[in-house]
Unconditional design. Structure first.
Length: 205
C-alpha cells in the first residue's frame, strides 16, 4: 500500500468513514462476505466498477435479497420501484467517481438514484473503488469526474451529448445530459456507515 492510499484511508476514518484496502477482486469478495450478512437485503448503484470486479455476479449468486436494477426487460416503473427499495436496503453498494486524499467522496449523477441512498436510508453503504479514482484534492476529483469520467460514461450509455464528440465537458444543457447532481460527501454522522474499499487495480472511468 503506497502513501497516498494510506493517507486516504486515514482521512476517511477521520471523517467517520471506514477505509479498507485489498489487492485484487478475490480479496474484495472475501471482504464483502464478512461485511454483508447472509440473507440481508442489498441495493446497488449503476457502476462499471461493480461489473468489472464481479460484484454483481457475487450478489446474484449469493444468499442475499438483491434489488437488481440491471435485470433485462425492466420497465421504467419497475426500475423506479427498485430505486425506492434501495433506501430501505440493509446494504447499498456502489462505486464512486473520485476520492480525494483528504477522505472525501465526489460523485456526479444523472437522476440521483445512485447518490441519494449514499446520503440517506441504508444502514450500510459500501463503496468499491479502483486506485485510478484516487485524487490529490477535491478540485482534482471534480476535474477528473467532469472531464474524464463523465464523457466516457456518456459515450458508454450512447448519449448524444456534446461531450461524446468533444471528449470533454462543456457544461451543456442537452436533454440527454447525465451530469445533473454534483455531490461531495465530506463526513458521515454515523461512524462507519460508509465503508470504502480500495482495490489495487484500475476499474471504471
Amino acid at each position: 500500500m503506497d502513501l497516498q492510499i494510506q493517507r486516504t484511508i486515514q482521512n476517511l476514518e477521520k471523517n467517520n468513514m471506514a477505509g479498507y484496502f485489498v489487492e485484487n477482486t478475490e480479496e474484495l469478495v472475501l471482504l464483502l462476505k464478512t461485511l454483508i450478512p447472509q440473507g440481508s437485503s442489498v441495493g446497488c448503484g449503476d457502476s462499471l466498477t461493480l461489473e468489472q470486479t464481479g460484484v454483481f455476479g457475487f450478489l446474484r449468486a449469493g444468499n442475499y435479497v438483491f434489488y437488481d436494477k440491471h435485470k433485462s426487460g425492466l420497465t421504467s416503473e419497475e426500475k423506479r420501484s427498485i430505486y425506492l427499495q434501495n433506501f430501505a436496503a440493509d446494504t447499498f453498494i456502489t462505486g464512486t467517481n473520485a476520492i480525494s486524499e483528504d477522505g472525501k467522496l465526489f460523485n456526479i449523477d444523472g437522476n440521483g438514484s445512485r447518490v441519494a441512498p449514499m446520503l440517506y436510508g441504508p444502514n450500510q453503504v459500501i463503496v468499491v473503488v479502483g486506485i485510478n479514482k484516487l485524487t490529490k484534492t477535491v478540485e482534482d476529483a471534480i476535474q477528473r469526474t467532469r472531464q474524464i469520467a463523465a464523457p466516457l460514461d456518456a459515450l458508454r450509455l450512447k448519449k448524444n451529448t456534446p461531450c461524446t464528440k468533444l471528449h470533454r465537458c462543456v457544461d451543456c444543457k442537452h436533454e440527454e445530459r447525465i451530469c445533473n447532481d454534483f455531490v461531495l460527501i465530506t463526513r458521515q454522522r454515523v461512524a462507519g456507515r460508509i465503508k470504502v474499499i480500495i482495490v489495487n487495480h484500475n476499474f471504471g472511468y
